[in-house]
Write a protein of this length. Structure first.
Length: 262
């Protein structure tokens, strides 16, 4: 399969765009699409969704019987205690979450999270059997080498609180900060160069060896065709809030995978 032995991985975050009723309707449409589409029903494409926390249990129920994984957009670094408003990784796992997003630039900018916070949350995710979707990326446009160095530094920092000898299968979501929320993604050549370097870096890594590298940051239909040979998947935001656009992306991924295998 393109990008390695495992299927391409497509993820979607709803952030805080939808009210609960609309989020549930969206999830129903996505799960119906996942059940009907050859790629997701057969497992040739992996799909995960990260709804806002109030509807996570409902979306987990809706996803029952499909191959779609459901996760959360955040968690707290402690599992139990007097932490008003905290989201326990143990509870996320208990209700059926399998993934959790960590380190998104909006968490850093809006909520003041720093590298130490990201590391503590990362360790909590691994401790509770959740696959971390670790967001990383450079702040401003620049040279490939500088972008790769920034990403490696962020990854190294995120692993700081793991116990010695701990291994983790994670998802690295390469999202250049300057590309998030724009009308167009980063240049395909830049994405490819950085993603290939990150995949090479993690291939033999003692902690996260073999983990997948996906691209996010204004990812939309048409991008997979340009970067499929360099990444393991896509991390979608607002473009996938339209299920028709998600179908178009799945069609695109399927067509590329079929051409590669033929």
């Amino acid at each position: 399969m393109t990008g390695g032995a495992r299927p391409p991985l497509i993820g979607i975050s709803l952030k805080m765009y939808f009210e609960p009723s609309r989020a549930v309707e969206w999830a129903q449409d996505v799960m119906q699409l996942a059940a009907e589409h050859d790629s997701t029903s057969s497992g040739t494409v992996d799909l995960f969704v990260l709804p806002s926390m109030p509807v996570v249990p409902a979306v987990i129920d809706i996803a029952t019987g499909t191959r779609v994984q459901v996760g959360a957009q955040d968690l707290f670094w402690e599992d139990r205690g007097a932490f008003t408003g905290g989201i326990s990784g143990a509870d996320l796992r208990d209700i059926g979450c399998t993934m959790v997003e960590i380190g998104h630039v909006e968490r850093r900018r809006v909520f003041g999270e720093d590298d130490a916070t990201v590391a503590r949350k990362f360790a909590a995710a691994v401790r509770n059997g959740l696959t971390p979707v670790l967001c990383l990326g450079e702040r401003a446009p620049g040279e490939t080498a500088a972008a790769v160095a920034d990403c490696v530094e962020q990854l190294t920092s995120a692993l700081a609180d793991l116990p010695d000898g701990q291994r983790a299968d994670i998802v690295l979501a390469y999202e250049p900060e300057w590309a998030i929320g724009r009308a167009e993604p980063a240049d395909a050549q830049h994405i490819g160069a950085v993603a290939l370097a990150l995949r090479e870096y993690v291939r033999g890594h003692p902690v996260v060896g073999g983990s997948r590298v996906i691209y996010g940051g204004s990812a939309a239909p048409g991008l997979w065709t340009l970067i499929h040979a360099t990444v393991d998947g896509l991390f979608l935001g607002r473009f996938a809030h339209d299920v028709t656009a998600l179908r178009a992306i799945l069609d695109e991924v399927t067509a590329i995978e079929s051409s590669v295998l033929s």
